[in-house]
Design a binder for this molecule. Structure first.
Ligand code: ZN
Length: 141
């Protein structure tokens, strides 16, 4: 609060439940929390399994392959931390969980439900590393 921020994006709130996820992102891995009792995957990270209420968990690394489930293109309000218009997508990961992130490298007119994307990572406000949705590598450029 002492320095004058050019962005109103809040700093991440790191807890003992989500720290593994942000650490993995810094390493270029997309982690998904997995219940140790019933193996149900869940995201966002939470203390207990929504299926069996177990507090025991580990995590698996996603293939980062996903398909677009829904999206929006934001024009206002503008924040210095982003370029506008800003496309933000909700994707279905191959593993079955969902993720929200901004979309880069896709013409907004080409966005459609079921579009194959992959999760990459980029540095956001405050130097934080977060997922970013991109065209799948290995496919047509
Ligand atoms: Zn469970």
């Amino acid at each position: 609060m002492s320095d004058a921020p050019r962005t109103s994006v809040p700093h991440l709130t790191i807890t003992q439940d989500n720290e593994f996820w942000f650490t993995a992102a810094r390493e270029g891995r997309l982690a998904i929390q997995r219940c140790s009792s019933c193996e149900t995957l869940r995201h966002p990270p939470a203390p207990a399994c929504p299926s069996c209420r177990s507090f025991e968990w580990d995590s698996v690394d996603s293939t980062r392959r996903c398909t677009l489930h829904s999206w929006t293109v934001i024009h206002h309000p503008k924040d210095d931390a982003f370029d506008y218009p800003l496309a933000v997508g909700l994707v279905d990961l191959e593993e079955g969980t969902r993720l929200v992130a901004d979309i880069s490298g896709v013409d907004h007119d080409d966005l459609r439900i079921g579009l194959e994307l992959e999760v990459g990572f980029s540095e956001h406000a405050h130097g934080e590393v977060l997922p970013q949705l991109r065209p799948r590598s290995g496919g047509a450029a």
